[in-house]
Ligand binder design. Structure first.
Ligand code: NAI
Length: 205
């Protein structure tokens, strides 16, 4: 089965499983069950078994899952057993917060290049990395063969920045700007908009 055959909704849950399993591993736990994992995550154990069955047989009936094995398999499936270099565009409030977040590096993502268009920021540093002129985005991204980027520019600038990123070879974008991006089919975009999440909560509150 190729990666395109697995429903996106299943793929979207795998990082959540990986995160929970990694926490169990850090607490020296060696074995878990779909029931325990489900209880922790608020997902049914049947759903978890079904999701994992897309990738082969992980657990033995009645003996649970070996956490290390499952973690290794999930990391391989998600392709996070390697390190990923990431470009960050927009060195404002959000860009600063992202560049200072240790959680990326801890889980295999390294912010390698930071870009901004503000002459007052270009040449200054965040967390040891120089802020580069966005005019050099294509050149530098190609030189470092970077395929992942985070966009943290104002909404009005996000599409143009995205077009440049894609032209330079970026295939995965995490967009913090509150706007939908238009990209070719082979480019994957994920959105982080806390207002959209709040609006999903207000419906229930
Ligand atoms: P900011 O104004 O502090 O920073 C934006 C940065 O982008 C500035 O440094 C600016 O010089 C730079 N910039 C503008 N046009 C550019 C271009 N064409 N190329 C490169 N750099 C460019 O804004 P802030 O607060 O950091 O927000 C950034 C984006 O994230 C906005 O779209 C905002 O709406 C959104 N946002 C997202 C949140 C989230 O949690 N997803 C929360 C708050 C804001």
């Amino acid at each position: 089965m190729g990666p395109d055959d697995i429903p996106d909704i299943v793929i979207s849950r795998l990082p959540v499983y990986l995160r929970a399993l990694t926490r169990m591993q850090a607490a020296s736990q060696e074995i878990t069950s779909s029931k325990e994992l489900g209880d922790r995550l608020g997902i049914s154990s049947a759903q978890i078994r079904k999701d994992l069955s897309h990738f082969g047989e992980f657990g033995k009936q009645g003996t649970g899952y070996q956490i290390k094995f499952l973690v290794d398999q999930l990391r391989r499936i998600l392709k996070v057993e390697r390190e990923w270099d990431v470009a960050l565009v927009g060195a404002g409030a959000i860009g600063h917060a992202l560049a200072h977040y240790d959680g990326f590096y801890d889980r295999g993502f390294r912010i390698m290049l930071i870009f901004d268009s503000d002459p007052a920021k270009i040449g200054t540093h965040i967390n040891g990395f120089e802020i580069c002129d966005v005019a050099r985005l294509g050149e530098l991204i190609q030189r470092h063969s970077i395929t992942l980027a985070m966009v943290a520019v104002p909404a009005d600038a996000a599409q143009a920045v995205t077009d440049e990123l894609v032209k330079a070879g970026v295939r995965g974008i995490l967009n913090y700007a509150p706007i939908n991006l238009t990209v070719a089919e082979n480019v994957h975009v994920q959105y982080i908009d806390p207002v959209v999440h709040l609006q999903r909560i207000t419906y229930y509150v």
